[in-house]
Design a protein. Sequence first.
Length: 73
Amino acid sequence: MAKKKAKKKTAKKAAPKDVLVVASKVKAYVKSKGMMSSSDAVTALNDAVYAALDAAIERTQANKRSTVKPQDL
């Protein structure tokens, strides 16, 4: 009988998040203020946008609405 190969258990990686911010616009804005941006600044900003939207969605749901409004942000 042939031996079966043992399957390696691998941790599932979270699906990458879509980019919600325009990197070139962010970098241009930072540069217009006389500053430089690091290579991972856009990723951090994108994560902050996701966190803000998640909080706004929770607030919207708590108020029994389905429309995210400015006051939720």
